[in-house]
Write a protein that binds this ligand. Sequence first.
Ligand code: NDP
Length: 235
Amino acid sequence: MLNVEEKVVILTGASSGIGEATAKVVLSARREERLQKLKSEIEKQGGTVEYKVTDVASQQEVEELASFTLDTFGKIDVLVNNAGFMPLSYLYEKRVTEWEQMIDVNIKGVLYGIAAVLPYMRTRKQGHIINVSSVAGHIAFPSSAVYSGTKFAVRAITEGLRQEEVENNVRTTIISPGAVDTELVNCISNQEIKKGIEEQIMEFGLPAQAIANSILYAISQPDNIANKNFMFENG
Ligand code: NDP
């Protein structure tokens, strides 16, 4: 496809859901067996792919992911910050550990990704950072306060990055999917909320492939075109 074949793409959250359907070159997540399986599937279809087990909540591991990519493929064209965690709950439940995990993965993980590639991309005067927010990054609803907070933050960080780096030709894209049929609901420990989200997904959930297509679309545009913001909702 136009302007994609030669690109080296790092993808976080590649072991399931949206990431699994997008996978291009360097896959990362924590579950190695999933990454290994996906690598084999992509290779069977003729793709070039490597993986590195990475916890995005560890700055050191994210830095090592970027170094691994440079050592393996010689460059980094695109970083897709896709890894995410969504244990929805009401604030009064005080699930503080889950709040902290969301902040660690959804906010700090994105920042660590940016930190790991930005100096390189600025020097090279070329690069593209795609951050996956959510419709929940535009609106909040009961049980989404903390998750939405993290996804609003992803948008704010990406917009700030865009303004700071547009002159250095480091492009940015925000992807804001609506409900997508993936494993994300499995981390919701409040069973009533989990059931409600599962029902929404059954009724109007998007296939992960639709989000993967939007990421591919953003990557495939000519280098002087900024794709600032995509939102995807059914209907
Ligand atoms: P999945 O749960 O299927 O995938 C999440 C991915 O993130 C997995 O590959 C998981 O891999 C990875 N991940 C989670 N925690 C970490 C971590 N600490 N370090 C590295 N990787 C991690 O969900 P989706 O595919 O749906 O989610 C992808 C993105 O899309 C997320 O940012 C999510 O917030 C966003 N999104 C999803 C929507 C939906 O309805 N599904 C709607 C809107 C946005 P592993 O466990 O192996 O580390």
